[in-house]
Ligand binder design. Sequence first.
Ligand SMILES: [Zn+2]
Length: 252
Amino acid sequence: MSSRLLSAKIIEQHPVKRDLTGLTDEGEKFSLVYRLKRHAQSRRLTLRLLDDEVVVTAPVWAPLTTIDRFVFDQWEWLQNKKKTISDASPFPLSFPFRGGRVRIELNATAAAWRQLSETLWVLRVPVSESACPKVIRQEVGTLLRLEARRVLGERFEQIQKKVSQKATCWRLSSARGRWGSCNPRLKSINLAWRLVGCSDEVIDYVIAHELAHLREANHSENFWREVEKIDPLYREHERRIKQIRSEMFPGL
Ligand SMILES: [Zn+2]
């Protein structure tokens, strides 16, 4: 694998939790969090996946950089492992959605969305509940992506009206580690379909952020001034999106 390790930092102590940031060969940023346990008896590095958490056991003398590299090199294996586990496990019937939640109802005769309240939606899925989790997952994933295309498209049109630096188009991306990106040369922006799990204000902020990049391709003070023009509450929204797990809709 030709992905690159960009940075590593400690996000918790006792036992230490590390967050590695890397770049795939397609240029997509991703993060890999692991818990580190050091044992006096341990003679080599071992890695296990325990309830979705990556746990590494290492000898006391092993340098952190060596351990980071070791974990990082297992990234592809971990992705496959997580996928195998989630394919076989029962499918969750509720997800964060548009700042609220969506409940999944199986056995429907046709696919349909219904909004029950400001924060509750129902997605009816024409798949039997006795179908294998993989089939259910695929069907729900397709319907969520379709809805994401509609919702994000609507938000994109709204935000575009507020700015002079228009994007020529936007695309739905399957990126996991990154909510949005832009291509200043093509004047296009990419939005992760998983954003549909966030509230409209947060979605709007991500769109504003990417549109501002069409003018300022960095995170300079000028850039944030551009963002503020579109979204005066951007600081609050930036703080909120940092709290949301990038793994929205795990397994999908
Ligand atoms: Zn940015």
